[in-house]
Ligand binder design. Structure first.
Ligand SMILES: Cc1ncc(COP(=O)(O)OP(=O)(O)O)c(N)n1
Ligand SMILES: Cc1nc(C(=O)O)sc1CCOP(=O)(O)O
Ligand SMILES: [Mg+2]
Length: 218
């Protein structure tokens, strides 16, 4: 991958089979529309959790699509699968394996992302060794996650950005084409979305509206 981590965060699509009836079709449309990163996240009701062979097969299909478009392929939570598939990166949260353990397992090359859900967690991540980018949120009420943390809101995200930007950041939670401009105003490097793309009736239009320089925000 030749893109920088900051560039890859611009429109960061996250999905698993629980989010759509046909993940490969939706992912291909999203890639054609210009997403800059994809995270494979099989989690919760309707996902392939507990079916490792099917899950791996789906991950490989998604990875092949991402490769065709030269878009980074990140795996959520499952470090062993990320290593087996030589994914471009892994994403972990505060309750997952520690960054130290993750980095020990995946080595120095793989992209490692860490979720932060409070100002304190964000500030701590800024000085952490081995973190390539942070997810920050929820920006708004998430649509695709039931057990989410307390909504952080845009004011706190802006406050976090003002504390420092030593590590690239991507906002997450309830982001859509209508509120995207307000999220960009906080100073984050990208927008991570599930439903804004997976549930979109026009993926091409939705992705273009999420982009930083979209005319839609003006
Ligand atoms: C880009 C990005 N940001 C945050 C998350 C959430 O991660 P986590 O808190 O570990 O929750 P799960 O996604 O594992 O349910 C993410 N996946 N991606
Ligand atoms: C996977 C995930 N993590 C979140 C966090 O706040 O850490 S919110 C979220 C789901 C975001 O879904 P949607 O874009 O449909 O609101
Ligand atoms: Mg996690």
């Amino acid at each position: 991958m030749n893109t920088s981590v900051t560039d890859m965060l611009e429109v960061y699509f996250i999905a698993g089979t629980q989010d759509t009836d046909d993940l490969p079709v939706v992912l291909e449309q999203a890639l054609e529309a210009g997403i800059t990163c994809f995270q494979f996240r099989e989690k919760g009701e309707g996902s392939l959790e507990g079916q490792p062979l099917k899950l791996e097969e789906m991950a490989r299909r998604c990875q092949a699509l991402c490769r065709r478009f030269a878009v980074p392929f990140i795996i959520n939570d499952n470090i062993d699968l990320a290593m087996k598939l030589q994914a471009d990166g892994v994403h972990v949260g505060q309750d997952d394996l520690s960054i130290l353990e993750v980095r020990k397992k995946v080595g120095p090359q793989m992209i490692v992302g860490l979720s932060t859900n409070t100002l304190e967690q964000y500030e701590k991540a800024l000085t952490a060794t081995g973190v390539d980018y942070v997810g920050i949120g929820p920006a708004f009420q998430p649509r695709s996650k039931k057990d989410h943390e307390k909504v952080m809101g845009l004011d706190t995200i802006k406050e976090a950005m003002n504390k420092g930007k030593a590590i690239p950041s991507v906002a997450i939670g309830g982001i859509n084409e209508t509120n995207a401009a307000s999220v960009w105003e906080t100073g984050v490097d990208g927008l991570a979305v599930v439903s804004a793309v997976s549930q979109s009736e026009n993926i091409k239009e939705s992705v273009s509206h999420l982009k930083k320089a979209s005319d839609f925000h003006k």
